[in-house]
Design a protein. Structure first.
Length: 126
C-alpha cells in the first residue's frame, strides 16, 4: 500500500500516535480535530461557535495541505459532548461546505481529548 502522510503547521500537530492525515491513492483520511489553535496549542476559549469554527478551520487547513479542499469531503463525523449544539454545528458547517454536502454522522459522546466540547474528522476524495 502506497500512503502519504499529510502534515501542515496551519493545523495543530498530532497530540498522540497518529498523523494529521493520510493519503492513499485519491482518498485522504483526516484525523479528528478538536478546537486547538495551531499557534498556541491551546483550546480556543469563548463561544461554542468559535470552537466549532476552529475545528472546521483545522480540517480546512489539512485538506488544503493534502491538495484538496472541503469541497472534496465525502464523509464527515462530528462528535459533541452536548448534542444541544447540533443546530449550531449545522449553521457553521453550511459556511464551510457547499452542496452537494458530504455524508455525515453526529454523535453524542461523554468526553473528548483535552476536555474539548467538539471534534470532527473527515474523508476526502480528490
Amino acid at each position: 500500500m502506497n500512503r502519504t502522510i499529510i502534515s501542515t503547521a496551519d493545523a495543530p500537530a498530532a497530540i498522540g500516535t497518529y498523523s494529521q492525515a493520510v493519503r492513499v491513492g485519491d482518498t485522504v483520511y483526516i484525523s479528528g480535530q478538536i478546537p486547538l489553535d495551531p499557534a498556541t496549542k491551546e483550546l480556543v476559549s469563548g463561544s461554542m461557535e468559535a470552537q466549532i469554527r476552529r475545528v472546521f478551520d483545522n480540517l480546512k487547513a489539512i485538506a488544503t495541505a493534502a491538495g484538496g479542499s472541503l469541497d472534496n469531503a465525502v464523509r464527515v463525523t462530528i462528535y459533541l459532548t452536548d448534542l444541544s449544539h447540533f443546530a449550531l454545528v449545522n449553521t457553521v458547517m453550511a459556511e464551510y461546505f457547499r452542496e452537494p454536502y458530504p455524508a455525515r454522522a453526529a454523535l453524542g459522546v461523554a468526553s473528548l481529548p483535552r476536555g474539548a466540547a467538539v471534534e470532527a474528522d473527515c474523508i476526502l476524495a480528490l
